[in-house]
Ligand binder design. Structure first.
Ligand code: APR
Ligand code: PHB
Length: 389
């Protein structure tokens, strides 16, 4: 088989790139090692920057998002027994869209199927060959049969645990990582959200977040120990702890119910450089990871995809490789700004065992300044709704 672009990974990054390229007549094949149902079984964050929303509309996959998604013009931040609201529209002119990434991925799968896109599931043992030559190719197994795809380019959209980043030689690649001494225990329940907007809360017991998917589907998180397992968190324990970490006005009206999903995610900051090696281009979690505090995971994948999509367009339509040559530096410039905001917001709202008494005073002073200073809230809002591409 031969194609123009092989895309490794059928998560949101790989599927969105595949859809965008297909609509422009650029032939591509997605290799996904899991089944569609397995991929859709992952519960992920739910806040989309306008850049991601625009990209979904350009990919002609925004109908359900525009119908079922919620536009949020601000968020509540609670600390020290009080709370304040940051108005995104007042400070930036832009809202955010609340729409589950699982639903977004479902929409992408449906769109690829409707267009007859080539998404190969259960593609095992994917291996990238001759990546730093003009004749790269990819091999993979389907059952006991090995397959080979000749291509011009490879998009590594296979996430943090994928093969693409590992294909870049250690002598070329440099990884930057920060592990935080906590995780997020997340719970999904068929209950009405506790508030019309998200509530981020710093409390002496740790971080909590009240989010949502729709008017009867809520997503909640509490900061937990890295050593915790889901089994350590009964529904009863989770609800009781959440109520202790959010303002009393919200705790009093919180509607609890049985969990329909529970999971624990570690907090990690990670970036690999460069995001290109030869004809291999990394995008999304394959290249970078953020703590979920600022909801920058998929939204930073979105800017990678925007840059890579336009670079490939320029190459195939104008025989101009400049976009491809500039991809890594351009993508990393925005990636590091997202990493900085996610790191800052994580330290602003979490209690870590490594925190000294002085650190705690600095954290509370940061929150107090953000609560009262318009310029600080404008900077926060600009980062949260998404910095320019
Ligand atoms: N071969 C084929 N597929 C692979 C391989 C491999 N060796 N390794 C991983 N994959 C697949 C995974 O099964 C997964 O479906 O690649 C996909 C990567 O998807 P994600 O991990 O979701 O990464 P990405 O698409 O970049 O998503 C970016 O969106 O899912 C949200 O918030 C999440 O930050 C994440 C963001
Ligand atoms: C979510 O709804 O899952 C969510 C929202 C905002 C975040 C993280 C997760 O910062």
């Amino acid at each position: 088989m031969r194609t123009q672009v092989v895309i490794v990974g059928g998560g949101p990054s790989g599927l969105l790139l595949s859809q965008l390229l297909h609509l422009k007549g650029i032939d591509n094949v997605v290799l996904e090692r899991r089944t569609r149902d397995y991929v859709l079984g992952r519960i992920r964050a739910g806040v989309l920057e306008t850049g991601m929303v625009d990209l979904m509309r350009e990919a002609q996959v925004a109908k359900r998002m525009d119908t079922e998604g919620f536009t949020h013009s601000g968020t509540v931040i609670a600390f020290g027994g009080g709370q304040f609201r940051i108005d995104f529209v007042e400070h930036t002119g832009r809202p955010v869209m609340v729409y589950g990434q699982t639903e977004l991925t479902r929409d992408l799968y449906d769109a690829r199927a409707a267009l007859g896109g080539k998404v190969i599931h259960r593609a095992m043992g994917v291996c990238l060959h001759q990546v730093d030559t003009d004749a790269p190719y990819v091999t993979y197994m389907l059952g006991d049969t090995e397959h080979r795809i000749e291509c011009d380019f490879i998009a590594g959209c296979d996430g943090f645990h994928g093969i693409s980043r590992q294909t870049i030689p250690d002598s070329v690649r440099r990884d930057y990582e920060k592990l935080y001494p906590s995780g997020w225990m997340g719970l999904l329940s068929e209950t009405p959200p506790v508030h019309e907007e998200l509530v981020y809360s710093d409390s002496p017991r740790g971080f909590a977040l009240c989010s949502m998917r729709n008017e009867n589907l809520s997503r909640y998180y509490v900061q937990c120990l890295l050593s915790d397992t889901v089994e350590d968190w009964s529904d009863e324990r989770f609800w009781a702890e959440l109520k202790k970490r959010i303002p009393q006005e919200f705790a009093a009206k919180l509607v609890t119910g049985p969990s329909i999903e529970k999971s624990i995610a570690p907090l990690r900051s990670f970036v690999t450089e460069p995001m290109r090696w030869g004809q291999l281009f990394l995008a999304g979690d394959a290249a970078h990871i953020v703590p979920p505090t600022g909801a920058k995971g998929l939204n930073t994948a979105a800017s990678d995809l925007q840059y890579l999509y336009h670079a490939l367009l320029r190459y195939y339509q104008d025989q101009d490789p400049s976009g491809l040559d500039g991809y890594s530096a351009k993508a990393l410039a925005r990636v590091w700004k997202a990493e900085r905001f996610s790191w800052e917001m994580t330290h602003l709202l979490h209690r870590f065992p490594t925190q000294t008494a002085f650190d705690l005073r600095m954290q509370q002073a940061d929150l107090g300044f953000l609560a009262e200073n318009v310029a600080a809230q404008k900077v926060f809002a600009q980062n949260y709704v998404g910095l320019p591409y």
